[in-house]
Design a protein around this ligand. Structure first.
Ligand SMILES: Cc1cc2nc3c(=O)[nH]c(=O)nc-3n(C[C@H](O)[C@H](O)[C@H](O)COP(=O)(O)OP(=O)(O)OC[C@H]3O[C@@H](n4cnc5c(N)ncnc54)[C@H](O)[C@@H]3O)c2cc1C
Length: 410
């Protein structure tokens, strides 16, 4: 992979995301369904989109990706790809109703880090020195590129939990520190799914023949456990109601706040005809882990936010700080004489936490923070109350709202 000047493994721009989407769309139909499970790192993963770092920060949105694919393929031909995109949406909605699962993961991680019992074996695994050829190679790929194929993530998580018998929270944290797409919902819940905690009693065991087949013989690992019980944990916490969309007052002096959760702020202006005086960006990438987050992940996130600010500068008024400090953003808002700030709702995770801290500071000085929820999330999240198989029944409605013409082709 070529490195950009800023030392991110791939450029963190919407232009690059759109180019990647354009190149991928022709193979998003039956080709994707047939080949998506092959982990061909040496060929730069030709059968999957590689869009996750862009979708994760919403430099490009799920509806845009779905509309582009449905503009080329029928919903039936692109069924598999649509389902994968919608997995992300499902995980976000599921966690939004049960934020305690994220809090419990972070508490469990803190316990593991303080405990020290696993330190030597954790150090060997994170250095890619387990002696399990595929695991060590994926570890190197993760560090070098900030990306892993979905199948590699499943195998690696399974080997981590069941063969190496390391705490799943430390593995999830390793991914969060190195993946450019590291996401509280997709990552935490996928690790829980592999462990057997998300669908209680159902876990994922990596099989050598499956690895050999889907890496086209690149690996034939030995010594993987062939039988292990799923992990057990407390039942899922009760669901909380989903947050409601808030509406800004178009007559008030208004600013825009970007977070790394949503770098396509166009929908914030949809029903806000009033002038926007300025914009600021609150970055919380360091909060993805209690340990230092890998430099390429930090650089990618910063660049993505800078790209969004540049693209939308004409609509968002004067540029304010890009900062991880809510106090700096409060000072900027006061200087500008704002009485309300509009932001895209940040789902559960470090950005939501930082926005919460900022909200409290702003409230003290009489500035309202208005969180807008993207219509796509409003339509989808309520259906994430149970398992994915119930959720996916709603896909036809979701895509009809996105791309009415394309649904007719199925
Ligand atoms: C243990 C584990 C950890 C993971 N951690 C993350 C994470 O931190 N962030 C993240 O975005 N994804 C995560 N995933 C999901 C998935 O592996 C990646 O989204 C996918 O590999 C990204 O590559 P791609 O863009 O080429 O995917 P494609 O196959 O091209 O899929 C298109 C898009 O659909 C979404 N998607 C695809 N598969 C999944 C899935 N299984 N779950 C949720 N969304 C999916 C992604 O947004 C992806 O960009 C994890 C999976 C596992 C098993």
């Amino acid at each position: 992979m070529t490195k950009t000047a800023e030392n991110t493994p791939i450029p963190a721009t919407r232009t690059h995301a759109l180019e990647r989407l354009r190149r991928f769309v022709p193979v998003a139909g039956r080709d994707y369904a047939a080949r998506r499970n092959f982990d061909l790192a040496a060929q730069n993963h030709p059968h999957v989109s590689g869009l996750s770092p862009y979708l994760r920060h919403r430099l490009i949105t799920e509806p845009e990706v779905l509309a582009a694919v449905l503009g080329r393929h029928s919903a039936m031909a692109a069924e598999k790809f649509i389902q994968e995109v919608v997995w992300r949406t499902y995980w976000k909605g599921w966690l939004e109703m049960r934020p305690q699962v994220w809090a419990d993961y972070r508490t469990g991680l803190a316990r593991v880090l303080a405990d020290g019992r696993h330190d030597d074996r954790l150090a060997a695994a994170t250095a890619g020195q387990t002696g399990i050829d595929c695991f060590d190679a994926w570890m190197r790929e993760l560090v070098a590129t900030g990306y892993l194929h979905n199948h590699a993530r499943m195998w690696m998580a399974s080997i981590w939990i069941f063969t190496l018998r390391l705490p799943w929270e430390a593995g999830a944290d390793l991914f969060m520190r190195h993946l450019l797409d590291g996401d509280p919902a997709s990552n935490t819940l996928s690790w829980r799914w592999v462990a057997g905690l998300q669908t209680p009693g159902k876990h994922y065991l990596a099989r050598p023949n499956n690895i050999a087949r889907y890496t086209e013989g690149r690996f034939a690992p030995k010594g993987l456990v062939s039988d292990a019980a799923p992990l057990s944990g407390p039942p899922h916490p009760p669901r909380r109601p989903l947050p409601a969309d808030a509406r800004p007052n178009p007559d008030l002096p208004t600013g825009i706040l970007l977070t790394e959760e949503d770098l396509s702020p166009g929908f914030l202006f949809d029903d806000h005809p009033g002038p926007i005086l300025g914009h600021a960006a609150l970055i919380s990438v360091a909060g993805r882990s209690p340990l230092p987050v890998a430099q390429p992940v930090v650089a990618f996130t910063q660049e993505a936010m800078t790209d969004a600010r540049a693209r939308w500068s004409g609509r968002m008024g004067a540029p304010g700080p890009l900062s991880d400090d809510p106090a700096a953003i409060t000072a900027w808002a006061l200087d500008l004489g704002l009485t309300q700030i509009v932001t895209a709702y940040a789902p559960t995770g470090p950005a939501a936490h930082a926005v919460g801290v900022l909200d409290a500071m702003l409230a003290e000085v009489g500035i309202a923070l208005i969180r807008r929820i993207r219509p796509y999330d409003q339509a989808a999240w309520p259906h994430a109350s149970a398992g994915f198989f119930r959720f996916k029944d709603h896909i036809p409605t979701l895509i009809r709202d996105i791309a009415p013409a394309s649904v007719d082709k199925s």
